[in-house]
Design a protein around this ligand. Structure first.
Ligand SMILES: Nc1ncnc2c1ncn2[C@@H]1O[C@H](COP(=O)(O)OP(=O)(O)OP(=O)(O)O)[C@@H](O)[C@H]1O
Ligand SMILES: [Mg+2]
Length: 310
């Protein structure tokens, strides 16, 4: 195949077809397909238990697929697990830094594992600590770091082998807004450097900010795929009113043509044009509402349903 510029398009960095993972008789990844273009950021979104981590573990060659085909850098997995892992950086869902060592030592251990020469390793440690703003913590013990600092160090560690593909399993879960924004900026830097990113997340805003393409997974299947904006356009009306309070919002909105959903004490009103509905709600001082554009969370909840998982 030849693109408009006359050159062959780059082969995908990861390509999965009919990928299956079974634990005993239970199929937890149930025949999924995806391809990750080089230099892009690809997201896997899904509720707890969707199969996100299981999918990443197969990509990393840590868990052999039960069916389907999987290629990373064009090499079949799991046969080439060791070769591909040398070219991948991993930020696991749970930080697994070595508590017996300092910040810099944790990076050094990893660098040694990849066989980096000493001078290059020391240079890389210094520049990675600067990248995640931990230069002044190089000699600090891991046990005294905050959760955000540990996460930043784990990201630095994932880059020690200058990987082509960085795999991040929920990179910002449980972190405060400052750290999340800082990590998002660094991940965008990595993408700008030409690295390919594969991440999982529950956070819609994270996917919206970072991902070029994403798949929404639930119970081992891909429910939807595409670019963020396209997914929103395809599945939900562009404007949303989130209504709370003691007023009689349901009656006020009953004459309007949008779509109503109730979740707990909140009413969601989806519409192409909220002007008339806003005017009605404003007539009742007991109604509290927020008017916002539809986002990926609306798509996600519509696709995966609103009941709790696991
Ligand atoms: N080693 C295992 N043995 C048996 N079942 C497993 C194993 N690993 C995962 N599972 C099951 O597979 C399903 C998918 O798990 P997975 O960890 O991939 O979900 P996830 O999408 O990463 O969820 P979360 O958002 O909670 O991290 C779950 O039901 C889980 O219990
Ligand atoms: Mg997981």
């Amino acid at each position: 195949m030849v693109d408009e510029a006359g050159s062959a398009p780059a082969a995908p960095v990861v390509s999965a077809r009919g990928l299956i993972k079974r634990f005993d008789a239970r199929e937890v990844v149930r025949g999924i397909d995806f391809a990750i273009p080089a230099g892009s950021c690809f997201g896997i979104l899904g509720p707890n238990g969707a199969g996100k981590t299981t999918t990443l573990r197969m990509v990393l060659g840590q868990s052999p697929p039960s069916g389907g085909t999987l290629e990373v850098f064009g090499l079949p997995i799991p046969e080439n697990g060791r070769a591909v892992r040398a070219r991948i950086g991993l930020v696991p869902q749970m930080d697994n830094l070595d508590p017996d060592f300092t910040v810099a030592e944790n990076l050094r251990i990893y660098g040694n594992y990849f066989g980096l020469p000493d001078a290059m390793l020391e240079q890389r440690i210094a520049s990675l600590l600067a990248f995640v703003e931990l230069s002044d913590r190089a000699d600090t013990k891991i046990t005294t770091l905050s959760g955000g600092m540990r996460r930043r160090l784990t990201i630095a560690r994932s880059l020690i082998n200058d990987p082509e593909l960085v795999v991040l399993d929920e990179p910002t879960t449980g972190l405060d807004p400052q750290v999340r924004h800082m990590i998002w900026a660094r991940l965008r830097d990595l993408r700008a450097q030409g690295k390919t990113l594969l991440l999982t997340t529950h956070y819609m805003e994270e996917a919206e900010r970072l991902c070029d393409q994403l798949v929404v997974m639930d119970e081992g299947r891909v429910l939807e795929r595409g670019a963020t904006r396209d997914l929103i356009r395809r599945h939900v009306e562009p404007e949303v009113l989130e209504v709370r309070g003691d007023g009689d919002a349901r009656r006020l909105l009953s004459g309007c043509s949008g779509r109503l959903e109730t979740v707990g004490d909140t009413l969601y009103y989806y519409t192409d044009n909220a002007r008339a509905a806003v005017a009605r709600l404003e007539s009742d001082p007991h109604v509290v509402f927020q008017h916002r554009p539809a986002n990926l969370e609306d798509v996600f909840l519509k696709l995966t349903g609103r009941e709790l998982r696991e």
